[in-house]
Design a binder for this molecule. Sequence first.
Ligand code: PLP
Length: 298
Amino acid sequence: MTDIQLQIFSPVHQIQHPLFDETGLKVFIKRDDLIHPIISGNKWRKLKYVLIKARTEGKNHLVTFGGAYSNHLLATAAAAAKFGFKSTGIVRGEEVSNDTLFLCKLHGMQLIFADRESYRDKQPLFQKHFGNDDDAFFIDEGGASTEAAQGCSELVTELPQTYHHIFCACGTGTTAAGIINGINTAKLSTTFNAIPVFKNGDFIRDEIDKYLLSPTEYQLHTNYHFGGYGKTTPELISFIKTFVAETGILIEPVYTGKMLYAILDLARKGHFATGSNILAIHSGGIWGLLGMKDKFTL
Ligand SMILES: *Cc1c(COP(=O)(O)O)cnc(C)c1O
């Protein structure tokens, strides 16, 4: 047994919307954002087996990578603090301070800023700083790994019913791959729908397929990036404002806002058969809102 565990609290709530009534859809959201205030959403699922591996190997220092607004960095900082690891975050770009990095430091994470050139190759960077540190444990940017996909697949075992569709926002694609593996293991007929948050998101197919345990069909909707990673439009911001005010569920512009916008847009366009049950995964990340306050005029 290991001490590395969290009691999972991630209820499924139905989302009420006139459009769903008109189109005969039942739309639900799995509240992975409620798992932990900071180690939230898919980030806990992605870290779980990575941390267990570090513990098993006797490594006490987590070293990982991310941009200055990375939810993964922040989740790693909080998980390290909770489970008794040291942590270092190697941050892309020149030294800055913001709310995310403030929270990382508050949880005891040491930060090293790396210029974009050296940031590109993670292993040499790790070697340079921690090559002689037997205690240091490498965790890739965004936490992408087989262990991360394994952790995400467990989400499927918690579902209270079978859905026709499951939707999730994709960065590295690891969470998507894990959920698809979980759907296959449980022998469900559910169609998985991936919403890449990057421009030209077709590349994510290779990233997802890398972690699939068996080849599987799924749907990739590449038109909901709103200009690219971390980009927004007034339309997305206005959608988020309305959604939060009408449901009481916090979402943000980088991931979950784009995914929920996609579901409503596809519903409006008649993409789903009447009577379909649709599950959106709330993958957390609401601290990302703090970096985007200036996009909102409230
Ligand atoms: C990191 C993150 C994702 C992307 O997860 P991947 O496994 O990298 O695809 C999605 N949603 C939120 C809120 C995130 O923080």
